[in-house]
Design a protein around this ligand. Structure first.
Ligand SMILES: *Cc1c(COP(=O)(O)O)cnc(C)c1O
Length: 495
């Protein structure tokens, strides 16, 4: 069955998967959604006999129907190789009755590597398939982790350039160091004087600027996106939910068909949307638990039906979730509005204008598969300490938000279904917050001293991604104001 992609905001003709990946965002500013969600075409025990790459092929082929078998398998081979420090790619770690799905074993030790190690290959394959000979310019807004993962993925990839905007004061010091030490002639990293929402809105504005697009095209450039608004980010993320389920079947921890919960620490709503797509493909899911930090827009949305971004933006110790405009929620809104682009566009216009919108009672019924809650800064820190003290397992701040929310969920509902918690970053990426949560005495130590101390404490080798940046020179030190983002892009391209 061929799957096409249509915009969430208009009735424009749907496009093929490779075109949607090349474009990133639809011309009308909408997000591409599949015209139908394909069903899994193997049994759950079939998947339990496959490795990660085989599972990736079986899942992705259902969505990327205009890629040939050879093209897709080549992309998968290049992505899930020795860049990952474990052969399983996404191992499950059982601790205190839950299964932590470790999605941080890739090149930049955050879950963004799961999709961004393959996106550049999907994209250059798409360019070839569509006879695109212009240079592809990837513009990326990052709350900290997408930036480095996208830089690592696209650095040195012929026919592409990548520019990353991150909030200058809104990322961890390790995250910032990872980005500003990035090598590669085709890379550029800019700190903006604003927050992640400013960066994301700025990038979307550049994408939809018709005049700029024409000017770029004349000079042989075209834009695309490595953010989770690109369907090429979402599809590879569906894979690990199927994989996690199949590992539990394989280990005899669940019966085939038994429903499980997924808990996902959420920012832009990409990761949890991938879990939702997996469920709609037929993966047996009980509840999708959406965990927020103190920027709890989504929790409020799930409890009241009103999405309201008019509130203070809080800088937390889980910065990759410091987001008030969760872009990918639009894909869910479109769906619960009955796949109605007009209704969705109306709500998104309200969000752009008044900064809020409210869904109808009918639409609320579409949210029954979700449970939302949040963890405060203190609850997040307490969860890191609790898990370390009770089983010696050290988790990062984002995973801790999810873990703390899972505790709340259990108390509230008494649900005992087996539960997988998406573990989205290595604790080494947020060493200071993690170590302070375990003991305040660590605050006096330097960043890399803390790294070594964490390695001793957790009995885990310091990841390569951290070793690499200990002494690496800073190669990017540019900053810009939010309203100068477009000029900065032009300068990068010599326009
Ligand atoms: C990006 C990120 C998240 C949030 O994921 P979304 O897909 O944006 O919801 C959570 N944790 C970490 C570590 C991340 O990098």
């Amino acid at each position: 069955m061929e799957v096409l992609y249509r915009s969430t905001r208009s009735d424009a003709a749907p496009v093929k998967a490779s075109e949607a990946i090349l474009k990133g965002l639809a011309d009308d500013g909408g997000l591409y959604v599949p015209t139908a969600i394909p069903a899994l075409d193997k049994t759950l025990s079939d998947y339990s006999r496959m490795d990660y790459k085989e599972t990736a092929y079986e899942v992705m082929k259902l969505f990327l129907t205009d890629y040939t078998e050879q093209e897709l398998k080549d992309c998968i081979e290049r992505a899930y190789d020795s860049k990952f420090d474990t052969e399983e790619i996404a191992p499950l770690h059982e601790a205190d009755g839950a299964f932590y799905l470790e999605l941080f074993h890739g090149a930049t030790i955050a879950f963004k590597d799961m999709a961004l190690s393959i996106l550049p290959h999907l994209m250059i394959t798409a360019a070839r398939k569509n006879h695109e000979d212009r240079e592809i310019v990837i513009l990326t807004a990052t709350s900290g982790d997408t930036g480095k993962a996208a830089l690592a993925g696209f650095a040195g990839v012929e026919g592409t350039r990548i520019m990353v905007f991150y909030p200058k004061d809104g990322v961890s010091s390790i995250q910032e160091r990872q980005m500003i030490t990035q090598t590669g002639d085709n890379t550029r990293v800019i700190g903006i004087r604003g927050n992640f929402d400013d960066a994301q809105t700025g990038v979307k504005k550049i994408f939809t600027d018709e005049a700029l697009r024409r000017e770029m095209s004349e000079r042989g450039y075209r834009f695309s996106s490595a953010n989770s608004i690109n369907i090429g980010r979402l599809v590879p993320q569906i894979v690990y939910y199927v994989y996690a389920y199949s590992r539990l079947v394989k280990a005899g921890r669940i019966q085939e068909g038994e429903k499980i919960n997924f808990v996902v620490p959420t920012g832009n709503f990409g990761n949890i949307l991938a879990a939702y797509y997996a469920m709609r493909m037929g993966l047996p899911v009980n509840r999708l638990i959406c965990a927020s930090n103190s920027n709890k827009v989504l929790y409020d949305f799930f409890t009241t039906g009103e999405y309201n971004r008019n509130r203070e933006f809080i800088l937390t110790c889980s910065p990759s979730m410091d987001i008030l405009i969760s872009s990918n929620l639009e894909r869910l809104i479109y769906r619960i509005a009955g796949n109605d682009p007009e209704k969705n566009a109306e709500l998104m216009a309200a969000l752009g204008g008044q900064g809020k919108y409210e869904i109808t009672d009918e639409m609320k019924k579409g949210l029954d598969d979700f449970y939302g809650n949040y963890a405060s800064e203190a609850e997040t820190a307490a969860e890191i300490e609790r898990l370390y003290e009770s089983c010696g397992y050290v988790i990062d701040t984002h995973t801790a938000v999810a873990s703390a929310v899972y505790q709340k969920y259990g108390k509230e509902t008494g649900d005992t279904a087996k539960t997988v918690i998406a573990s989205t970053a290595s604790p080494f990426k947020f060493t200071r917050s993690v170590m302070n949560a375990i003991d305040a005495k660590y605050d006096a130590m330097g960043d890399f001293e803390l790294v070594d101390e964490l390695s001793r404490l957790a009995n885990v080798k310091v990841p390569n991604a951290i070793e690499e940046i200990r002494t690496a020179p800073v190669l990017h030190d540019k900053q810009c104001d939010v309203d100068k983002m477009q000029d900065t892009v032009k300068e990068f391209l010599g326009m």
